[in-house]
Design a protein around this ligand. Structure first.
Ligand SMILES: [Zn+2]
Length: 407
């Protein structure tokens, strides 16, 4: 590395360590920020010499990054930001902290994909899904798809691994002209892909297939797909997938991680034991015992991920917590995009800064609930046994803090 980059790396690591020591989080944002101030090309310098995979999408990118990093650990050390920030400051910090590694798997915020592709020259880019998320400040889904399409167009050398079930992703990936490895991870949420991004015609669906009625855009044949409790690889071989992470959604994330790992020459039979070691991801899916209750934490940040959380939650008492602080987006109108009816069959408790917004939504949706003022009150309000907790971003962090920052 050039001297300037070496100095920037060293200062970046020191700043991150100081920030951690001062109790201000993991320091990855400030460390990366200072490093990039000293050397604007620091991310490129740190990435060079590593085989890099980038993982992006509205939902599932943290978990998929964690699973893909676990799979790649079969062939060497892996730098990853799966516990940290997903913008260039976070990537810079993660690579500086990891030191020399042959591989890197980086979760990338959808908006920064083009910039991070330019800087890191990845071998593989995995595109998971696109759906509405904080529309009060984020881009519309069709605009994000266009950004991705443009980001890939200039990089024919990048191998793309993309979700065949999401029309927006398929359109973004196909525009790149390179060969795409398609995986099928399912798409529970369809509300952001009823209109073809190519021609504006309606998209029709039938039993997992989809096609545009007015142009050639249609679902490609998937090379990797979920079948029963396993994954079928491109050769047609079925592999049982044993995960500690719950739900059909995570089976899809595992299929994606296997497809990414295969691009690095790691076979499913080699990757699968590593996937099975992942028990939780930065608190997500973590289970904690408290006063005889087994508390499980599920993060849900936007309408599509709430639907996925309902799928993962057992039929047990469920605490919902919603905040609307800066990282959550200040607008809670998205609550009306979510159908809460699946919760009608279980006791529901609500809490959080915006519990009353949630209360109105549940009332409209015909879901009985009880309001509690704190996490502790929720624990006392349910019988011993499982308590599912579904919370949006800062609400999740609040509850995680009460549980001593469980990982
Ligand atoms: Zn069309």
């Amino acid at each position: 590395m050039p001297l300037r980059a070496k100095v920037a790396t060293s200062v970046s690591k020191t700043a991150a360590a100081l920030s951690r020591a001062a109790g201000r989080g993991d320091g990855s944002v400030i460390g990366g920020w200072i490093g990039l101030k000293i050397d604007p090309d620091l991310l490129a310098h740190l990435a060079s010499g590593r085989a890099v995979a980038l993982i992006s999408g509205t939902n599932g990118k943290t978990t998929t990054t964690r699973l893909a990093a676990a799979a790649l650990s079969h062939i060497g050390r892996v730098a990853t930001n799966s516990f940290g920030a997903n913008m260039p400051t976070g990537h810079t910090s993660a690579l500086a902290k990891a030191g020399v590694t042959p591989f890197a798997v980086l979760e990338v915020d959808e908006h920064y994909l083009a910039r991070v592709i330019d800087a890191t020259r990845p071998r593989v880019v995995a595109l998971l899904n696109l759906s509405r998320d904080q529309l009060d400040r984020a881009k519309e889904v069709a605009m994000m798809a266009q950004l991705w399409r443009d980001a890939l167009a200039g990089h024919p050398e990048v191998r793309v691994v993309a979700n065949a079930d999401d029309p927006m992703v398929v359109w973004a990936a196909e525009g790149s002209g390179q060969q795409v490895t398609w995986f099928s991870a399912g798409q529970r949420w369809h509300d952001d892909s009823f209109v073809c991004p190519q021609s504006g015609h309606p998209i029709e669906r039938n039993a997992g297939d989809w096609w545009c009625v007015g142009c050639p855009l249609r679902r490609p044949q998937a090379h990797w797909r979920v079948e029963d409790d396993g994954v079928v690889d491109p050769r047609g071989d079925w592999h049982l997938v044993k995960l500690q992470l719950p739900g059909q959604v995570n089976l899809g994330n595992a299929a994606t991680a296997l497809a990414v790992a295969a691009e690095f020459g790691v076979r499913p039979i080699e990757a699968l034991p590593h996937l099975a070691t992942v028990a939780s991801v930065a608190g997500r899916y973590a289970q904690v015992d408290r006063d005889g209750r087994n508390v499980r934490l599920l993060l849900a940040k936007n309408p599509a991920s709430w639907l996925e959380a309902f799928d993962m939650a057992e039929q047990a008492p469920t605490l919902l917590s919603v905040n609307a602080r800066d990282p959550d987006g200040l607008d809670t109108s998205w609550l009306y995009d979510v159908n809460f009816a699946p919760l009608r069959d279980r006791p529901v408790l609500i809490t959080g800064d915006r519990a009353y917004d949630l209360a109105v939504r549940l009332e409209v949706n015909g879901v009985p609930f009880r309001h509690v003022m704190s996490f502790d009150e929720a624990i006392q309000a349910v019988p011993p046994g499982r308590l599912e907790v579904i919370a949006n971003y800062t609400a999740f962090q609040d509850i995680r803090a009460e549980l001593d920052r469980v990982n």
